[in-house]
Design a protein around this ligand. Structure first.
Ligand SMILES: C[S@@+](CC[C@H](N)C(=O)[O-])C[C@H]1O[C@@H](n2cnc3c(N)ncnc32)[C@H](O)[C@@H]1O
Length: 316
């Protein structure tokens, strides 16, 4: 499982891209949660960001993932005595002060929502395409965030299973990588300046991605650079939102919220924002775009763009 290679560094977010993404997702989840907690499934939980968030908010969470090394990290966090006492705990570590404060506020907000003692999440190795993980109409909430659906072979099947396991009125918090964003154009600039942006696409691939009809998903190899300099190439799907939304509706999932993430911040190349140790100028420009994005990412027009799209969906 390719994601296992990230186990030791997954929770250390010293770039600009990921702290912004996760803070937007986690704020969106808390905003969508009903006041009464219940039972939840975290499909593709990784090291447990969203499992821990939901547990802090009072949910009894089961996290499932294929990557056993990531689950080890998740179990370690869930056994932290501070967390067991019900105190808010950090979901990840970041050297970006603004993102750190935002994350701390999100953790505090989650812990303040809880009425009962905290229940540590249970983490299991499993394939989220396995129907036995989804007892019929048993969950109050399902979370599938962190681009999980982009990595599975059969997203239609996984969406149908997630819908089937929700109780009527239950909520699915879903985030997907989507294809309509500035990252479809940046590879052309990259080619012109000799690959210095690090997209690693040749002209043929960049052109194919640009001209693929808007209703079709894109499939690409995402270049991921580890902190030790080694490179991973993760095959992933970038969703066409109209096609995805049809699939969600067919499964009885009604859209309550839709939010774009990395809509305006992607006016800067994502490959640069993924690099650790951003300089002051980049931080200032990114901070301004990230701030502006919070005000417009829910607007219908903006939410159709961006690198990720986050949905709150209700099972009808
Ligand atoms: C980018 S991580 C996101 C993890 C977590 N949800 C988060 O937001 O940090 C994507 C996760 O999906 C998991 N994954 C991919 N395909 C899977 C599958 N078929 N079944 C279970 N987990 C899967 C990977 O192991 C990885 O942990």
């Amino acid at each position: 499982m390719a994601h296992n290679a990230m186990a030791t560094e997954y929770d250390v977010l010293d770039d600009l891209w990921y702290p912004h993404l996760f803070n937007r997702l986690h704020a969106g989840i808390l905003h969508g949660l009903p006041p009464k907690a219940g039972v939840a499934l975290d499909a593709g939980c990784g090291t447990g960001f969203q499992s821990m968030l939901l547990a802090m908010a009072g949910y009894a969470v089961t996290g499932v993932d294929l990557a056993d090394e990531l689950l080890k990290q998740a179990r370690e966090k869930a056994s932290d005595p501070i967390f067991a006492q019900g105190e808010p705990v950090p979901l990840f570590s970041t050297n970006d002060g603004t993102a750190q404060r935002e994350m701390d506020a999100i953790s505090r907000q989650a812990a303040a929502m809880r009425r009962e003692p905290v229940i540590p999440p249970v983490f299991r190795v499993g394939d989220i395409g396995d129907p036995s993980l989804y007892p019929l109409e048993s969950q109050d909430a399902v979370v599938c965030c962190g681009s999980v659906l982009s990595f599975v072979d059969d997203p239609e099947k996984v969406v149908a299973l997630m819908a089937s396991t929700l109780k009527k009125g239950g909520l699915l918090f879903l985030e997907v990588e989507q294809r309509l964003n500035a990252d479809i154009l940046w590879p052309f600039v990259d080619i012109l300046i000799g690959g210095r942006l690090g997209y690693g696409q040749d002209f043929k691939t960049a052109w194919r991605n640009l001209v693929t009809p808007p209703g079709c998903d894109l499939h690409l190899d995402f270049p991921f650079e580890m902190k030790n300099g080694s490179k991973l190439s993760l095959p992933m799907r970038l969703f066409s939102l109209p096609a995805l939304e049809t699939m969600l509706a067919i499964n009885g999932l009604q859209m309550r919220e839709k939010m774009g993430v990395h809509v305006l911040t992607n006016l800067l190349p994502s490959t640069i924002l993924h690099r650790p140790g951003a300089g002051r100028f980049l931080r200032v420009v990114f901070g301004f775009l990230a701030w502006l994005e919070k005000f417009c990412a829910h607007k219908r027009f903006f939410s159709a763009f961006g690198c990720s799209c986050f949905y709150v969906l209700e099972k009808t």
